[in-house]
Design a protein around this ligand. Sequence first.
Ligand SMILES: *[C@@H]1O[C@H](CO)[C@@H](O)[C@H](O)[C@H]1NC(C)=O
Ligand SMILES: *[C@@H]1O[C@H](CO)[C@@H](O)[C@H](O)[C@H]1NC(C)=O
Ligand SMILES: *[C@@H]1O[C@H](CO)[C@@H](O)[C@H](O)[C@H]1NC(C)=O
Ligand SMILES: *[C@@H]1O[C@H](CO)[C@@H](O)[C@H](O)[C@H]1NC(C)=O
Ligand SMILES: *[C@@H]1O[C@H](CO)[C@@H](O)[C@H](O)[C@H]1NC(C)=O
Ligand SMILES: *[C@@H]1O[C@H](CO)[C@@H](O)[C@H](O)[C@H]1NC(C)=O
Ligand SMILES: *[C@@H]1O[C@H](CO)[C@@H](O)[C@H](O)[C@H]1NC(C)=O
Ligand SMILES: *[C@@H]1O[C@H](CO)[C@@H](O)[C@H](O)[C@H]1NC(C)=O
Ligand SMILES: *[C@@H]1O[C@H](CO)[C@@H](O)[C@H](O)[C@H]1NC(C)=O
Ligand SMILES: *[C@@H]1O[C@H](CO)[C@@H](O)[C@H](O)[C@H]1NC(C)=O
Length: 621
Amino acid sequence: MFIRQLLGILAAASLGVQAFSWPNDPYGQTELTRAPKGCWKPDSESKQFTLAVMPDTQYLYDENRIHPVPMEAAFEYVMSCNETRENIVFMAHLGDIAQNGLAEEYAVASKAFDLLDETGVAYSTLAGNHDIDSSTDDTRGSTPFLDAFSSKRFAHSKTYQGSNKGGYNSYHIFRAGGREWLLMALDWRLSNSSFDWANEVLSNHSSLPTIFTTHELVSPDTGKTEFSEYGEKVWDKLIKNHDQIFLTLNGHFWPAGRTHRTNSAGHRVDSHITNYQNRYYGGAGMIRLYRFDLEKNTIDVSTFSPWIHKLMKQGKANKLAKQEANLTSDANRFTMSVDFEKRFSKSKSTKSKRWDVKEVIPGTLAYWRFDGHKDQTRVSSKQTIKDLSGHGNVLVFHGANETSAHTMHWSSAHHPQQPGHGSLNFTGQKQPLRGSYFQTVDHAPINYATFEHGYTFEAFYYLPSSWNSDQNAWSSILSRWGTAGQANKTGAGVDSDEPIVSLSLSDDRELQWRVYPLHKNVGSTNWGHESPFDDWWHVAVVNNGTLTKMYVDGCEVVRNPQQWVPGLTTLNQPWMLGGYSYNGSIDQIFYGSIGDVRIVDRPLSIDEFLINSSAENKSPP
Ligand SMILES: *[C@@H]1O[C@H](CO)[C@@H](O)[C@H](O)[C@H]1NC(C)=O
Ligand SMILES: *[C@@H]1O[C@H](CO)[C@@H](O)[C@H](O)[C@H]1NC(C)=O
Ligand SMILES: *[C@@H]1O[C@H](CO)[C@@H](O)[C@H](O)[C@H]1NC(C)=O
Ligand SMILES: *[C@@H]1O[C@H](CO)[C@@H](O)[C@H](O)[C@H]1NC(C)=O
Ligand SMILES: *[C@@H]1O[C@H](CO)[C@@H](O)[C@H](O)[C@H]1NC(C)=O
Ligand SMILES: *[C@@H]1O[C@H](CO)[C@@H](O)[C@H](O)[C@H]1NC(C)=O
Ligand SMILES: *[C@@H]1O[C@H](CO)[C@@H](O)[C@H](O)[C@H]1NC(C)=O
Ligand SMILES: *[C@@H]1O[C@H](CO)[C@@H](O)[C@H](O)[C@H]1NC(C)=O
Ligand SMILES: *[C@@H]1O[C@H](CO)[C@@H](O)[C@H](O)[C@H]1NC(C)=O
Ligand SMILES: *[C@@H]1O[C@H](CO)[C@@H](O)[C@H](O)[C@H]1NC(C)=O
């Protein structure tokens, strides 16, 4: 742990570390059965498969105490190509590969991992507190650990999907049991931007059952297994809101332990500590196997040292080694039940089911409709609105000083060419602020979208003649949380307190598409004309990666700028429907009705707009 690491670094610095020669193993076990190159081919369709996990190997690589053989023997077991019984599909190392973070230590450890690379074994690595300076987060820059285990090493991995910018966090997708699984491998300490990165990865893959690995998460320090202080932060910021995470694995602490919690979706998440560094021979290259059986709905867990098994077969194991052959306590040898079908088809139906609606055309990122409710009934404060695109951009209700005069209602009113025959009737006002609005859930994929290749935003809206400029001006149909100032936009005409994206109505009910494009220090505005009262309108804003044009009922407006405006800035925060923020707080709420809203990640032509989506609606020739 921390103190030992500092001592190690001090010792290394003051004594001057020698180049190590290896291996001087007391057992002389240096002969490996090297598997033929590329021979590792697990059966990805079998309903029985195994995930191997290797925790803290740090005492095998500790300054001038270097003993790679137990790790190599464990790897030999994992990659054994003639052994199909286990069907090992992936191996995850849980960090603290080495004790002092020294290049000399990784020089040897790295050679053991080369064996996996040669054979083609899919595996992940991550940094524990001993692999790096434990007082730093993952913005620490280059280290000997990262030199050895960077994206370069994984360039040929079939499962590796990418790392965050600093390179300390990565994720893998592997196929097993006839479907894909995701494994996150996260650093010792995540910076804010890495939490954003990891949330984005998880949101982008919400339908893949996910195993979450990091060095520190749950701890036995209070006498029972509980989330550590840092673990709580990771639970709150990452785990609890991504229903696909069903299992977390960490090392760092000992003894081994297990616990479980309920996530925001009401599902169980199992969390295990697995670490044997304190035991004989630094844990003797102990591994843990998670044997999944998708037919029996079980995961059978066992913990053992392949190296000691090998020694025993050769009659070379000493008294202490024999005690480490298999660990059979309840924390190390157990069976979990997971109803895979139920657990993962359910998360699919709430989060990523694609409803079969023809308006979900290629590139649709989000599509919300408000039909199917009894006319003029109040919208409940627990209401959520599903995203018909299937991407999980669920809208949730937010009240801001809702009073009986300012409740939101369902309405069956709609634009004659609107596909959904319903709308939301908003009754917001500015002073004092009253009303309610909807907002996308935290980590909805659309929160991160940057629209580099263009976009089309469409909405139907209606303003009653009771609309009043004093109370209702500058309200939004749709807007994105985050201010121009927070996005560091500073150019001429920038209002640093306004939202980075908003589709609003001015004091003269003119539509206003006010946005801050990507990588540019300017804002850009498309203006519509005064919206006539007591009528339904369709608005579309279309960007082709270069220019943005606004259309009302399919007719191009005059006040479109000739300005190069690529993409839309994001601060990875939610979108609001009917809410407008100023200086980071809710400032105004819509008055009027909003019908279908669709967001597509490409420029649409007019005949692809929602107003033209129904054949009957088309004008006769
Ligand atoms: C696999 O089996 C073949 C013959 O059955 C043998 O020649 C080869 O050495 C074995 N490979 C390993 C890694 O055990
Ligand atoms: C990280 O985000 C939290 C809020 O989530 C904030 O309190 C903290 O100041 C941020 N840290 C840094 C270094 O920006
Ligand atoms: C998430 O998906 C979007 C859209 O495909 C992509 O642009 C973005 O890079 C992805 N994010 C991460 C962190 O992989
Ligand atoms: C360890 O467990 C394996 C699998 O259950 C068994 O085959 C082996 O005999 C055990 N070894 C010892 C020393 O208990
Ligand atoms: C609620 O209204 C009061 C004044 O009536 C105002 O001070 C407060 O900011 C409002 N709350 C919100 C969330 O806007
Ligand atoms: C804005 O600038 C500050 C200070 O340079 C920086 O910390 C922050 O990450 C920047 N934010 C964005 C979104 O670029
Ligand atoms: C976008 O549209 C404008 C005007 O029609 C055109 O000049 C420009 O080349 C287009 N850009 C792209 C990337 O298609
Ligand atoms: C903007 O909000 C910050 C706090 O979030 C506050 O200190 C500042 O005074 C506000 N600015 C204005 C112009 O209201
Ligand atoms: C609510 O909907 C009804 C029916 O369409 C309409 O008469 C009324 O003006 C709407 N109110 C608002 C505030 O939009
Ligand atoms: C699309 O709808 C607009 C507005 O109703 C109409 O003017 C136009 O002719 C339609 N275009 C097609 C291709 O149907």
